[in-house]
Write a protein that binds this ligand. Sequence first.
Ligand code: C2E
Ligand code: CA
Ligand code: CA
Length: 722
Amino acid sequence: MQQAAVEADDKAPALPEADDLTSRLRRAGDLLRSHEPGLADRYDWLEAMINHVPDYIYAKDLDGRFLFANAAVVSNNGLDSVQELIGLTDFDLHPSKAAEEIAAIERRVMDSGEPDLGVEELSLKGNRWLMMSRVPLKDKTGKVMGVVGASRDISARKRAELLMKAQARLLQTLARGANLSPFLKEVADLLEEVIQGAAAAILLHRRGGEALHLAAASPTTRAASVLPSDIVGIPALWRCFAIPSGEGEQHGLLAIHGSLGQDASLSEFLVGVAQTIGIAIDRHHDAERIAFLAEHDALTGLPNRTLLDRKLAGILELAIESASEVAVVFLDLDNFKLVNDSLGHAVGDTLLQVVANRISEAVGQGGLVSRVGGDEFIIALQQTDEDFLPRLTRIRNAIGQPLTLAGMAMQLTCSMGMARFLAHGKTAAELFVNADMAMYCVKESGRNGIRTFEPAMAENARLKLGRTEELRRAVELDEFVLHFQPQKDMQTGEVIGLEALVRWNHPTDGLLFPADFIPLAEESGLIVPIGDAVLRKACQQAEEWQAMGLPAVTIGVNMSARQFQESGMTRQVAAALAESGLEPRWLEIEVTESLLMRDVHGAVAKMNELNDLGVSLAIDDFGTGYSNLSTLKSFPLSRLKIDRSFITDIPGDADDMAITSAIISLARTLELDVIAEGVETEEQAHFLSVAGCFAVQGYLFSRPVPAGQIPLLMQGRATKVD
Ligand code: C2E
Ligand code: CA
Ligand code: CA
């Protein structure tokens, strides 16, 4: 364009000699105006136009002396008229390195005769960015006589670019997931860097509060310490930009001190920066939340296993350094499953929250509580002035405080096992295993207690593992036999039933009783195949006796919870009956009260299935559970078996007698048969018959005996077998 304006028009008058271009121009103009008014106007118009444009336009001769310059150049050099400029060089105006560089470029343009277009450079004074174009100034013959320069101030564009770059840099840092406080510092520093003479500060609200605090400050702000660390309201003399949060609220303010002028792009930039800060803070909060969730239990807010593992490692290291003790404690609520099953999971969850709070409050200093699953907690105790056991007792007492949930008053107990570092384990893993084992021992010995690990526990656990293997083999080899205990009607003296009781014919230990292996069988799930074998043997045996011509009597078979809840249970019973050919009415399944109450709906369905088969149902150990009478009424039962514990202390214990009488009349009311177990003395038998219970089972009449002895017993040839 510059080229076009200067050279391209062939009809333009010949350009004058370089030394006094402007005056000649003027003179030529005057001359022309007098002869050719139109042409003179054109020069005036051109001059006026050139003076009007904000761009810098000038011409220099071969020696770099100004021949001409427009008003923009004149005023930029602090001069009043172009006359003052003509004849001067850049060196006269601003002797500098930049002046040398410009002279070199202009020299090149003049020497080569080639234009140099669109080059960005800093102004001579160094305060602006210019887009320069230089073209050789030629006479009509094409001889170079100087240089014409035109430049445009691109400072604003350059600044916009700088701001964009700055913004991009922040976004990159943000995308890299930088930590919040270095990020905020970077923002503040950057702002001071890109906005001349400004100081920056980032003020954030404390979580959930109105007050602002200084989160980051640029160097000037820091040096001047112009801001207190806690600030209420917007500081005076600062321009503030709200830092928005993703939830439409405000994290705080981006404050800039210094003149921002009327530069709209700068304000826009700052609004953008404030938004970027907002995103960074949102992300930081999200990351904090995610980090929290990764290491905490969502239900109780307690540390989870991951955090426990991490923290315990540190605690153990510290303990080694300070030669102090640490205890790792496994805590498990007793009968939590019962609460969960009977009152529902929502109540169970609330209960766990209550317990978590109680443990946290009671654990005190130097204690770390974590929930590791269901109703299991692990507590790490660091050494304090107080011993470990009293601290654990405090936790246990806290858990044991009465509470009411879903309208039910209850009192919880728990089982705790403790392992000490280093006595019971050199690593966290060893401590976990041993504390767990100690806790398990508490469970096994009736729950509700605290025990410290002992090496014998590990030995027992090993033995148990071996026993479980033996039991598995016993199932395969069918090492189980049944003994039968007669049930008598005291009025007629006749045997009215036989309870099948399992024994394990152990290859080396001899005949083992249920107490020695049923708990293990239940725990390992082996009770299911064992129970199935018992069922088949019992039916087989009963059918054999009937075939022998013995009077037909009921065969009682015990069924454990695990087996009763098996989905194929009814099918197994039906199969045992079918295989043996025993009529269903001679089979009586004995289940415990607590089993039925655990899941009433499921139990009723199962009982109905058995009832449909024609099999009878008895409640075993009646009186020890917590039967709800109305529920009991809805069960398809045939008999209640009064638990042995109520009979044992008769006639000494008045309470037991009262309970026994009550159970007998309850059975009458519900139109159920009733039988008393564990009858050992004449007094007990007498009391029962007076109370109206004539069916009895116990050592008084017979112990459980091998099948071979039953025919004798039934034929009345022997009335008592010890
Ligand atoms: P239970 O069902 O209450 O069986 C009665 C238990 O009381 C038997 O013990 C029996 O020997 C004992 N007993 C009977 N009369 C008297 C008495 O006058 N005095 C005393 N002190 N005890 C008496 P056993 O055979 O050791 O069985 C113990 C428990 O093992 C049974 O209690 C039952 O719960 C369970 N059990 C036995 N056989 C099986 C089975 O095949 N399957 C399942 N799931 N459990 C079984
Ligand atoms: Ca029984
Ligand atoms: Ca019983």
